[in-house]
Design a protein around this ligand. Structure first.
Ligand code: NAD
Length: 328
C-alpha cells in the first residue's frame, strides 16, 4: 500500500522503514503536521499514518476522504485527536497501537517524580556552575509516601508496579477496577479521597470529556499542601491556569509534565531561536519546582520498534482484508 506518513521525524523514518522491510508497502515521509491545509499531501495514497499532534478533526477527515484513502493508521495509543463520529460517517477505518510499551511511559513518569523530588534538574545546573551548596535541594523519601494513580490501565499499573518496589502506599481511581492493580496492593478510592490522601498524584487516564480538566481548581484545593502532580497522559487532563495558581500559592509543591494542553504548536520542534508566544507555557517554565519534557515518555528504542512493528502490521492486516484488532 502507498502510505503517507505525517509529522515524520528521522527516527520515524528509521524505525518504520525497518519494520516495512519484506512488505510491499511504499512509505513517503512528510515532516508536515496533518491538518486540513496539509491533507492534500495524502492525495493518491492508500494509507494516512498520523501521530499525536496531527489534527484529525472533521475538516481534515473530510478533506482526506475526498481523495479516498483506505485507512488511517495512528502511531499512538491515544486517539483523542480523532473525530471518531466524522470518521465513521465518512467510512474511514482508523487503527492505533494500543500497547506498544507501557513500561516506557511508566519509567519516564517515575523519572519525573524522582527528578522533581531530589531536584536533579537544579542540582545538575548548579554543579556545572561550580555551586555545590545543598540549600534548596531538600527532598523526601519517595518510598515512604502515598501515590495516587488516576487511570489504572496498562501504564498506570506499570507505574504502580515500579512504585511498589520503592515501598510506596498505592491508592487509585478508575472507572473500572483492574485486578492487576489490586494484586499489587493498590487500594481503589473515590477521586476526592485520592486528592485528599495522595502525596503524589500521577495521571494515566485517557483524555475524554469526563477527564478533561480532571485536575482543576476544585481538585487542587482538595489536595495535600505541597502535593506533587505528574501528568504523562494528555495535557488537557490538567487545567493549566489552575495549576499555575496552585504553584503560586504553594499548594502544588512539584509539577512534572510530559504533556501540555496546548502542546500542538510547541512540542516536537526546536523553538530555541524563537520567542514562545504561549504565555501560560512560558510561566510554567519560570517555576523552579516544575519539570517539563516535550512528550518524550514514549521515546525509547523498545517503544519505537513496537510502534513501527504494530503500525506496519495494522496496515498489512488491512491490505489483506483482515482485522488487526486495533480498529477504533
Ligand atoms: P489504558 O486504556 O490501558 O488505560 C487507561 C485507563 O484509564 C483505563 O483503565 C480506563 O478505565 C481509565 N479511565 C478511562 N476513563 C476514566 C475516567 N473518567 N477516570 C479515571 N480513569 C479512567 O491506556 P494506557 O495505555 O494506560 O494509556 C493511558 C494514556 O497515556 C493514553 O490515553 C495516552 O493519552 C497516554 N500516553 C502518553 C504517552 C506519552 O508519551 N506521554 C504515551 C502513550 C500513552
Amino acid at each position: 500500500m502507498r502510505v503517507a506518513v505525517f509529522s515524520s521525524k528521522p527516527y520515524d523514518e528509521k524505525f518504520l522503514t525497518k519494520a516495512a522491510e519484506g512488505t510491499d508497502h511504499e512509505l513517503t515521509f512528510f515532516e508536515a503536521r496533518l491538518d486540513r491545509s496539509t491533507a492534500s499531501l495524502a492525495d493518491g495514497y492508500d494509507v494516512v499514518c498520523a501521530f499525536v499532534n496531527d489534527d484529525l478533526g472533521a475538516a481534515t477527515l473530510l478533506r482526506l476522504a475526498r481523495a479516498e484513502p483506505k485507512l488511517i493508521a495512528l502511531r499512538s495509543a491515544g486517539f483523542n485527536h480523532v473525530d471518531l463520529d466524522a470518521a465513521k460517517s465518512l467510512d474511514l477505518t482508523i487503527v492505533r497501537v494500543p500497547a506498544y510499551s507501557p513500561r516506557s511511559v511508566a519509567e519516564h513518569t517515575v523519572a519525573l517524580m524522582l527528578a522533581l523530588d531530589r531536584k536533579i534538574h537544579r542540582a545538575h545546573a548548579r554543579v556545572r556552575e561550580g555551586n555545590l551548596s545543598l540549600d534548596g535541594l531538600l527532598g523526601f523519601d519517595l518510598g515512604s509516601r502515598t501515590v495516587g494513580v488516576v487511570g489504572t490501565g496498562k501504564i498506570g499499573v506499570e507505574v504502580a508496579r515500579i512504585l511498589k518496589g520503592f515501598g510506596c502506599d498505592l491508592i487509585g481511581y478508575d472507572v473500572f477496577e483492574n485486578p492487576d492493580a489490586i494484586a499489587l496492593g493498590l487500594e481503589y478510592v473515590e477521586l476526592k479521597e485520592l486528592w485528599e490522601r495522595a502525596d503524589v498524584v500521577t495521571l494515566h487516564a485517557p483524555l475524554t470529556p469526563e477527564t478533561h480538566h480532571i485536575v482543576d481548581a476544585f481538585a487542587i484545593a482538595n489536595m495535600k499542601d505541597g502535593v506533587m502532580v505528574i501528568n504523562t497522559s494528555r495535557g488537557a487532563l490538567i487545567d493549566t491556569a489552575a495549576a499555575i495558581e496552585g504553584l503560586k500559592s504553594g499548594k502544588i509543591g512539584h509539577l512534572g509534565l510530559d504533556v501540555y494542553e496546548e502542546e500542538g504548536d510547541l512540542f516536537f520542534e526546536d523553538l530555541s531561536d524563537t520567542v514562545i508566544q504561549d504565555d501560560m507555557f512560558s510561566r510554567l517554565l519560570t517555576f523552579p519546582n516544575v519539570l517539563i519534557t516535550g512528550h518524550q515518555a514514549f521515546f525509547t528504542v523498545e517503544a519505537l520498534e513496537a510502534i513501527a512493528h504494530d503500525t506496519i502490521a495494522n496496515i498489512s492486516a488491512f491490505a489483506e482484508g483482515r482485522k488487526s484488532g486495533n480498529e477504533l
